[in-house]
Write a protein that binds this ligand. Structure first.
Ligand code: AMP
Ligand code: ZN
Ligand code: ZN
Length: 408
């Protein structure tokens, strides 16, 4: 009799514990943030990326994702990571000069890419760490550096040769770790669509192939994620689109200035130039203005249009040249290529990327207008229930908060 009584007591205790446990489990959300570099907002439909289209249809589909200016890979990814415009997070280009450090930052220089002194703001994985939420990155710009004493719990130094499958398998492995080791925030990054877009152009067979290839791999990943019994939220983004280049619209850099005598890092879509005095600045400004012929616009840094948020940082030179697409800057010796980005995303919709999301904290069947990628940070913070100070972020909570379920 006594043992039957004990049995019922145990059953009662177990049943009264489990709802709370379940509730706790439900509240602990997971976010997989996936970046498809250079994936234009037009690609999924144009190239029939069925797995992405299904995710978008069942979950949330933005008409487009508007990258910050300049729409280059490093500034744009770090904007997603921090919720800040490049002028505020400091990665103002893929390559740029810092007059205070008297050094150049370059994507091809591992010492700079991995050095936290270049990166401002609080990346989302650091916000997570502040609240003991674990994170893992299989590549993300900024995640290879220790930023203010913080790194993701797991991270990988960039290695382009790591296969798509290996990256995706690792994400699944991370999600299968014991709870106390398991990251709640995971990032994945894939560059193949951007690579084809540059080499062959956005309208090429090769780019179509790359879109299909990543879509098939994503289909497998989504199925595996479906079979994991955790409240997972998938967010697929891209850092920019791709502009098809017309080789007759080249603006030869050599015809503009002797760049070797300047502290400048000209790219195909823009250039910023440092000068040693206001006299030098004004004379260069006049030279460049006179050569414009509608192909680009020359600005003094303080006069860059406000909507570009591209003046308030010492790493932006005193003169900013902005190409008017389809015109693009290039050296005479450079081999032809057929696509690029970095142009004004408020002028050229070709620069727009994607935002598709689906998950247990998110509403379903939502189609939303294009929005700026500065807002994603706070959406992730909301899903992971990380407190934040929105006055320190350029993104605004109200832009995406309505996409959250009332209860999750
Ligand atoms: P973009 O020049 O803006 O087209 O940059 C795209 C290139 O950035 C891709 O070819 C990637 O291989 C490269 N990339 C992406 N992430 C990293 C990283 N963490 N470190 C170095 N290169 C990277
Ligand atoms: Zn990119
Ligand atoms: Zn690119």
């Amino acid at each position: 009799m006594k043992s039957i009584f004990t049995f019922f007591i145990i059953i009662f205790l177990l049943s009264s514990c489990s709802p709370n446990d379940k509730k706790e489990e439900k509240q602990e959300q997971y976010v997989i943030l996936i970046s498809l570099d250079g994936f234009s907002h037009e690609y999924a439909k144009k190239y029939n990326a069925t797995n992405l289209l299904t995710l978008a249809k069942e979950g949330i589909e933005a008409k487009a994702l508007i990258p910050p200016y300049p729409s280059k890979t490093f500034p744009s990814h770090y904007t997603i990571a921090t919720g800040l415009y490049p002028e505020h997070h400091g990665i103002v280009g893929n390559n740029f000069y810092d007059p205070n450090f008297e050094e150049y930052y370059s994507t091809s220089n591992r010492n700079t890419v991995e050095d936290g002194k270049w990166y401002g703001g609080t990346p989302i994985w650091c916000l997570a760490k502040n609240y003991n939420v674990r994170s893992a990155t299989y590549f993300w710009i900024g995640s290879e550096a220790e930023i203010n004493g913080c790194r993701p719990n797991f991270y990988n130094n960039y290695d382009k040769t790591v296969s798509i499958k290996e990256r995706m398998d690792k994400a699944i492995e991370w999600l299968q770790l014991p709870k106390n080791e398991r990251p709640q925030l995971i990032s994945l990054y894939f560059s193949l669509v951007d690579d084809s877009g540059h080499k062959f152009g956005p309208n090429s067979k090769e780019t179509e192939e790359s879109v299909k290839q990543i879509d098939i791999a994503l289909g497998d990943l989504f199925s595996e994620l479906d079979s994991i019994d955790l409240p997972i939220n998938i967010i697929v983004v891209s850092d920019h689109g791709m502009y098809p280049l017309d080789q007759s619209k080249k603006v030869f850099l050599e015809d503009l200035l002797d760049w070797s005598k300047l502290d400048a890092n000209p790219t195909d879509a823009f250039a910023t130039i440092y000068t040693s005095s206001s006299t030098e600045r004004d004379s260069l400004f006049t030279i460049l203005k006179n050569k414009e012929e509608g192909r680009y616009i020359t600005y003094k840094k303080s006069e860059v249009p406000k909507n570009l948020h591209y003046s308030n940082n010492d790493r932006i030179g005193d003169i900013v040249l902005i190409a008017n697409a389809p015109h693009f800057f290039i050296k005479k010796s450079k081999k032809d290529y057929w696509g690029t980005h970095g142009f004004d995303p408020y002028k050229y919709s070709e620069m727009h990327g994607i935002f598709y999301a689906k998950g247990s904290a998110l509403k379903q069947n939502q189609q939303i207008p294009a929005f700026e990628s500065i807002h994603i940070y706070l959406l992730i913070a909301e899903i992971l229930q990380l407190p934040y100070d929105s006055s320190k972020i350029d993104g605004k909570p109200h832009v995406l908060k309505h996409l959250l379920k009332d209860q999750f």
